[in-house]
Design a protein around this ligand. Sequence first.
Ligand code: FE2
Length: 213
Amino acid sequence: MREQHTVSSTATTAVARRVHELCQRAGDLPFHGWHHVSFVRDKGARFAAANGADVSVVATAALVHDLNYLVRRNSPAAAGRTLRLDILAEAGVTADTARWVDEIVVEAEMATRHRHISLEAQALSDADTLFKALPVTPVMLAHRYLSENGVSLRELATKIVGEQRGVHDAGFYFYSREAAAAYSHWASANLELWQCVVEALDDPSVNELLAAI
Ligand SMILES: [Fe+2]
C-alpha cells in the first residue's frame, strides 16, 4: 500500500540540505536553482494538503524533481534518476518510497503528463506549472533558462507553446480546481505571450534587432 510510504521529516530535511548544497556547488542553476526548487516544494506541499496526496512524499519529490539539470543541461527528468535515488537513499528514504518519488517526478513532467496522473504527481505538477505561468517568469527568468540550457529564444518559445498549449486547451493545465480558478488567466496570458514570441521571430527585422543586442 503506497499510503504507508511516507517520508520522515528528518529525511526530508536531509534531502533539502543535500539538494541545496549541490545547487550551491553548481553555482546555483540560473533557472532551476534553489529558488525554483524551494518554490515548488512549498507550493507542492500546499497543493498536496488540499488534494489529499501525501504531503511528505510530494515535498520530497519537489526537492529532487529537477536534479537532471545538475546532471545534464536541457535534459528530461529521467536523466536525474541515479542522482535522485542516491540522495534519497543517503537521507534514509526506503528504496520503495524512493522509487515511488522517482515515478511521481517522471509522471509530473510537462512534456508527457496526462489527465489521470496520481494525486501526488498532480500536486507536484501544479506547483511546477505555476512557476512557469507566473507573470514574473518570462520577464525575470526566461533569459536565465536560455543561458542555463543553451537553447535559443525560438527553441524555448516553440517548446513552451508545443508542450503547454495542448494541456491548456484540454483543461488540465492545472489539476487543482483552486489553482485553475486562481491562476488560469496567468497561464493563458503566458501562453499568448510565447505564441506572440514565436510569431515575432518570423519577422526578419525582429531577428536583426535581436542579433544587434
Ligand atoms: Fe521544475
